[in-house]
Design a protein around this ligand. Structure first.
Ligand code: NDP
Ligand code: MG
Length: 389
């Protein structure tokens, strides 16, 4: 039986991973699941999959769940599971949202033979630390973000120097054709036309910040210079990436808008009777009208941020993630407007104080976490105060 860990099992990616596993239940044993607050859903998951180890990070919810299940081991902190998990998992899905996923992701690498990482924030802020652990424990890594899974599935057969250009596609989110985005509320912003995702990534898709992050994520995972990446708007999201090779070929990778495709491939890849996901096939005729468009930087000003990113990995990447995490959280709490996310992020990353971090390498986890806390606090005070004016 394949032993499985899912970090963030109550989220969009976590739930889809469990749905795939449920269809083939006899082949899997779940070692550990985690949630922040959703103890009702995780209670169902405990019963369905007979899970013995659970992490609940929200303290109040942890106390409640502990009383509900006295016979299984429930922890409030990922650090505590190190000693408890005696066997190594075959597969881990890292699907916590936000930078909070970084510590659990790094921590779990020693406990798993393969790790599929959906949590892009951890790759952007701590890729060198993740890589160090991957090498140390010989853990295999598979990217899950659909663009990165697509690129990975093609370029693992090529040398880096064979690649001329990589284009990531962006749907443009729910407001691509909306003229006035002044009074957007959180419910509209998380209503993505093609994907059902968690709130935070849905807002990032609406501002296009998600695509800025994905370019940085790809640059790190594949170790390819920023200048080789480009972004095109592709409203239907059939095509996930386009790879131009120096041999003249252009590889266009398309699949249905269903995250179960990269997730299930990351679980079953390399196996002889790989399970195939039954999803709505793309009507190939639809591929006649891919409708690629250049990104309008007036509509999506955050795209300009890519010019500020350094080729060398630095703590500045954490600053970008932290400012955005905080602004999105303020927007979801109705404390700032939708357009504030894009305008404030551009202002804040230009604060002179932050520029020195462009020259600093992320060396250890606590350094990234401390910087995150500081930047989030600064973002919160500057953004909410300026709204009152
Ligand atoms: P969701 O918001 O749906 O789920 C997040 C999961 O993480 C939930 O289980 C949540 O628990 C848990 N969580 C949230 N905050 C914390 C915290 N502070 N500590 C511990 N656990 C926490 O997110 P998604 O599934 O949409 O996304 C997960 C990651 O995958 C993100 O980084 C996203 O960018 C990436 N991704 C997602 C895609 C998608 O289609 N959804 C596509 C590509 C990448 P609770 O339920 O209690 O809130
Ligand atoms: Mg993506």
């Amino acid at each position: 039986m394949k032993k499985i860990i899912i970090l963030g099992s109550t989220g969009s990616i976590g739930k889809q991973t469990l749905e795939i596993i449920k269809k083939d239940k006899n082949k899997f044993k779940i070692l550990l699941l985690s949630t922040d607050k959703n103890i009702n859903l995780i209670s169902k998951q405990i019963k369905t999959f007979k899970v013995k180890h659970i992490v609940v990070t929200n303290k109040k919810k942890y106390e409640i769940l502990k009383k509900r299940f006295r016979k299984i081991k429930i922890f409030s902190d990922f650090n505590k599971i190190d000693k408890e998990l005696k066997v190594k998992a075959d597969y881990t899905m890292s699907a916590i949202s936000g930078i909070e996923g970084l510590r659990p992701t790094i921590n779990i690498i020693k406990k798993t033979k393969r790790i599929a990482i959906a949590n892009k924030e951890s790759i952007i802020c701590g890729w060198e630390l993740i890589q160090k652990e991957l090498r140390r424990y010989k853990t295999e890594f598979i990217p899950v973000d659909s663009e990165h899974f697509s690129i990975w599935s093609v370029i693992k057969n090529y040398h880096k120097s064979d690649i001329e250009k990589i284009i990531l596609t962006a749907s443009g989110g729910p407001f691509l054709n909306k003229k006035n985005t002044k009074n957007i509320n959180p419910i509209d912003a998380i209503n993505h036309p093609n994907w059902k995702m968690g709130k935070k990534i849905s807002v990032d898709s609406a501002t296009l910040m998600n695509k800025v992050f994905e370019v940085i994520e790809a640059k790190k995972i594949f170790d390819i210079e920023l200048k080789k990446f480009d972004i095109l708007i592709h409203p239907k999201s059939y095509v996930h990436a386009i790879i131009k090779l120096k041999n003249g070929l252009i590889k266009i990778i398309a699949h249905d808008t269903n995250m179960k495709i990269p997730i299930s491939n990351s679980i079953y890849i390399g196996e002889p009777n790989q399970k195939f996901i039954k999803s709505n096939d793309i009507n190939i005729i639809n591929l006649n009208s891919l409708n690629f468009q250049k990104v309008d930087s007036k509509k999506f000003p955050v795209i300009k941020i890519l010019k500020k990113i350094t080729e060398k990995n630095s703590l500045f990447d954490t600053i970008l993630i932290s400012i955005n995490d905080e602004l999105v959280s303020l927007f979801l709490k109705n404390k700032i407007n939708f357009l504030d996310i894009s305008s404030k992020i551009q202002l804040l990353i230009n604060l002179p104080f932050f520029s020195k971090f462009k020259r600093q390498k992320p060396n250890y986890l606590a350094q990234i976490e401390k910087l995150n806390e500081f930047v989030r606090l600064k973002t919160r005070t500057l953004s909410v105060r300026s709204k009152k004016k």
